[in-house]
Design a protein around this ligand. Sequence first.
Ligand code: SME
Length: 161
Amino acid sequence: MISQKIKELLESTTELSKALKASTQIIHQNLEFYDWVGFYFMNHKDQTLHLGPYTGATTDHTVIPFGKGICGQVATTGNSYIAADVNQESNYIACSIDVKSEIVVPMYFKGKLIGQIDIDSHKTKAFSAEDEYLLSEVCKLITSKFGTELEIYAQQLFNTN
Ligand code: SME
């Protein structure tokens, strides 16, 4: 259902930043326990992640060094990560005391790690392999529609935050 909604969105939206923002809104609205939904993009040169469009509470974490927090770990390993209980994580960056669990799924384009989708939940153990599958499908839909445009978009993002 979510994949279908994202497909329809991508068919009708030509502007990348609007498509990313609308994707976060669709995911946030349609999935229970998804309280914050956002994209980060990778700056390989500076080894930092940069926040792109998101839906949810404002976050201070607009730039995250590779290796720091759940997002930074995924930037380093290239593998999805599910934190069932963020309070049990030794390498976690807190955005809000309300957040209890988190999932981060990498976004690849032509085999290169270019970004990730990050979801926070106010519920512990909110995420499973099913969420991971769904979110990686969303990433694939986005990369197959926008391709290299994503890299250009990311470059602009690095210059602004
Ligand atoms: N909790 C993340 C930081 C990003 S916020 O969730 C938006 C982390 O540990 O990397």
